[in-house]
Design a protein around this ligand. Structure first.
Ligand SMILES: Cc1cc2nc3c(=O)[nH]c(=O)nc-3n(C[C@H](O)[C@H](O)[C@H](O)COP(=O)(O)O)c2cc1C
Length: 180
């Protein structure tokens, strides 16, 4: 089985997770930045990494997702919000909907440091915005995001992929046994 990680990362957070995911993949394996990624048909299993942009996968990851059809895939991403929050869950649901033509075998999401330029812009422009204004809670969340992805996140991403691969193996063994 040939596997690859395809990763879209603007400031490096998702790339760190991509490297942890890559380490767990069986050989032969490859890791590509999304700009250099080959056609998906070259591989049997694809782990696609995205960063969350306005509640869904960033544009480059979305464009690569459009090329994915009927593949066993693992989706992983980073975001500023807490992954278990309503926003975090909604983001992953949005990405899963974009990948619905595939077999989504597993997913992983963790926080990632938000670009300080973006935070400055939010401070300057969203003061009076009722949904995106800078509240103490938002500032605390952004401070927490600064510490991610950390070693625990990377270990958790690797473990999630291991579980996903085991699930895939069992499924394949089951279907072979049925055909015997
Ligand atoms: C333009 C822009 C939009 C973003 N939109 C969201 C968002 O909707 N929700 C969220 O939780 N984080 C959002 N973020 C935070 C990023 O998803 C987060 O910092 C991510 O870890 C960046 O990953 P990267 O370093 O791989 O580029 C946004 C960041 C930027 C720059």
């Amino acid at each position: 089985m040939k596997s690859m990680v395809v990763c879209s990362s603007r400031t490096g957070n998702t790339l760190k997770v991509a490297q942890a995911v890559y380490e767990v993949l069986p050989l032969p394996r490859a890791l590509y930045p999304v700009d250099d990624a080959p056609d998906p048909d070259a591989c049997d299993f694809i782990a696609l990494g995205f960063w969350v942009d306005k509640g869904t996968a960033d544009e480059k990851a979305r464009r690569y997702l459009e090329k994915l059809k009927g593949k066993p895939i693992f989706l992983f991403g980073t975001l500023g919000a807490y992954p278990g929050s309503e926003h975090g869950k909604k983001c992953m649901e949005n990405v899963k909907a974009l990948a619905a033509d595939n077999q989504i075998l597993g997913t992983f999401l963790c926080q990632g440091r938000v670009d300080p330029e973006m935070i400055k812009w939010m401070e300057e422009n969203l003061q009076d915005d009722p949904h995106h204004g800078m509240t103490p809670e938002r500032r605390a969340r952004l401070r927490e995001a600064e510490r991610h992805p950390n070693a625990d996140d990377l270990a958790a991403a690797g473990n999630r992929l291991k579980e996903t691969l085991n699930k895939m193996k069992k499924k394949r063994q089951g279907s072979h046994a049925q055909n015997d």
